[in-house]
Design a protein around this ligand. Structure first.
Ligand code: MG
Length: 372
């Protein structure tokens, strides 16, 4: 694959419902779409750094800067035949995994197109459907939360993830459990607690949760190990797992019972697959988390999340859970069994609807290869 031109397309997309987490409120999505032009194919990818502000240090601004200054110049105009070469070329630039993933993903999609395979097939995902999840932000009252849980269950979702923070935790989870004793339920604290909150954490054991996601600091593994040793409920690590090394460390220290794989948090699909394999060898299940992706990012997540050790249901919902209109065709619709279908067409597996893309575009920058 030889990139001749890249368009950096900034979108502003309204979302159906604002989403409150322990670190802030998300009012709209700000995805950055990348369109790669090569001699034979056009490939779309996505960077979600701008959509989930506060999740990490990356923002739309940092992603644009690093893409312009470092990542795109490193790959532009070069013949790159394997996605792993991308990681070699970017070895000199530390950090910025979401910016890196948005370019790394293009090499995988291109390779799939070249082989006339779907991305899922190329990655080794043999599944047709994956259990979807409905994530719910922090609500003003336990009653409001239960009402939303009812709504998503009625729509057909079978797994519910509830965001919590100190003061808006036990009563909320208790209310949901009381209304729905059997559903697959988990909580995500997004780093809002410390070891001083051990009593609250232990009280969560009562609710038969799939897991407690990232209760302690975003960069911590050691204290999670201390906490896990006192809990029955598995801890699921998200923010702290920045790459294969951290997965290995968390497993060795017994800091968690499962790991969230967000391919963008670990610089792309190659490292995501590495973490998947490390966890599989250790008997630790993984699940797929999201970053308010459009259909482009969603297709990439679904392609990855059918690998055998994704033993927990995804956090990923249908397009219409988040957006009034998605930028891909077909949009992702919830099947009657609470699943989403894995795209099976060659490459990304879905088409980008450029008319809708244009409608949400607020800025577009064209970067061309300078022939000597
Ligand atoms: Mg999380």
């Amino acid at each position: 694959m030889k990139i001749e031109r890249v368009d950096l397309i900034q979108l502003h997309m309204p979302i159906k419902q604002s989403y409150e987490t322990s670190y802030g409120i998300i009012e709209h999505a700000e995805p950055l779409i990348l369109k790669f032009y090569t001699e034979d194919f056009t490939v779309f990818t996505e960077c979600s750094a701008g959509s989930v502000r506060g999740f990490s240090y990356e923002t739309m601004g940092t992603a644009l800067e690093v893409l312009r200054q470092n990542i795109i110049p490193a790959v532009m105009g070069r013949e790159i035949s394997d996605p792993l070469e991308f990681h070699q070329l970017c070895k000199g630039f530390r950090g910025h995994p979401m910016a890196k993933a948005s370019v790394e993903n293009a090499f995988w999609i291109y390779k799939a197109l070249e082989k006339k395979q779907s991305l899922a097939e190329l990655l080794g995902n043999q599944k047709d459907r994956l259990i979807a999840g409905a994530g719910i932000g922090i609500q003003s009252t336990p009653e409001a939360l239960v009402k939303l849980v009812d709504q998503y269950l009625e729509e057909g979702y079978t797994k519910i993830k509830v965001k919590i923070k100190p003061g808006q935790d036990l009563k909320y989870v208790a209310a949901v459990r009381k209304s729905h004793p059997q559903i697959a339920l988990m909580v995500d604290a997004n780093n809002a607690y410390s070891l001083d909150d051990i009593d609250t954490m232990k009280a969560l054991d009562e609710f038969d949760l799939l897991m407690i996601e990232q209760p302690l600091a975003y960069d911590d593994i050691y204290y999670h190990a201390k906490l896990q040793s006192q809990l029955k409920t598995p801890i699921g690590l998200d923010e702290s797992i920045n790459g294969p090394y951290f997965a290995q460390l968390a497993i060795e220290l017994k800091a968690c019972g499962c790991i969230n794989i967000k391919q963008c948090r670990v610089a792309g699909l190659a490292r995501a697959r590495e973490i998947h394999d490390i966890c599989a060898d250790a008997g630790i299940g993984v699940w797929c988390g999201g970053m308010l992706e459009t259909g482009i990012g969603r297709a990439i997540l679904l392609a990855l999340s059918g690998l055998p050790n994704f033993t927990y249901p995804m956090d990923i919902g249908a397009s219409d859970k988040y957006f009034f209109q998605d930028i891909v065709e077909p949009e992702f619709k919830l099947n009657s069994d609470g699943t989403l279908s894995v795209p099976k067409a060659p490459g990304l597996g879905v088409e980008v609807n450029e008319e809708v893309l244009d409608r949400y575009t607020v800025a577009r920058e064209v970067i061309r290869f300078r022939h000597k």
